[in-house]
Design a protein around this ligand. Structure first.
Ligand code: FES
Length: 157
């Protein structure tokens, strides 16, 4: 990362902090805003947040790593989410998990080496009646068989 991009990242983070500073327990809303605006919580933001919020770097880092929602690297071009909640588990979600991880060669929370796909797990997409459910970016799919998942992954790659 160049010093210019670090500077601009720092400016962006300080602006986000300024927006949320008054909130109680400001760190979590700030981290959510950083995810939304910047796509991930780059480790470079830790010292900036620690400075702004008068916290130790270790404390900021601890919160970021405790919550799995806070991605520390940029997402892939597509994000594939597999539901692992009970209703989908009952109708074959585990097979989809195995299939997706084997085909993409990544675990949950990881992105393929070419940056094409990020694989995530979710716990209920609100599509329980027609599970197992998979979401590709903003689009939801129901009754996803392993073969249908293959097609979705091909489209996503
Ligand atoms: S349990 Fe999978 S969508 Fe609800």
């Amino acid at each position: 990362m160049t010093s210019q991009s670090t500077q601009s990242l720092e400016d962006q983070v300080r602006a986000i902090v300024a927006e949320h500073r008054g909130k109680r327990g400001a760190l979590l809303p700030i981290l959510h805003a950083i995810m939304e605006d910047l796509g991930c919580v780059d480790p470079a933001v830790v010292p900036v947040l620690a400075d702004e919020l008068n916290m130790s770097r270790a404390d900021v880092h601890g919160v970021i790593t405790f919550y799995h929602d806070f991605r520390q690297t940029p997402p892939g071009r597509r994000t594939v989410r597999i539901c692992r909640a009970e209703a989908c588990q009952a109708v074959g979600a585990a097979k989809l998990v195995d299939r997706a991880q084997a085909r993409l060669g990544v675990a949950f929370g990881e992105t393929t080496a070419d940056g094409a796909v990020t694989l995530e797990q979710v716990f209920c997409l609100g599509n329980c009646a027609i599970g197992p459910s998979v979401q590709v970016d903003d689009r939801l799919y129901g009754r996803v068989s392993p073969e249908k998942l293959d097609r979705l992954l091909e489209v996503s790659a």
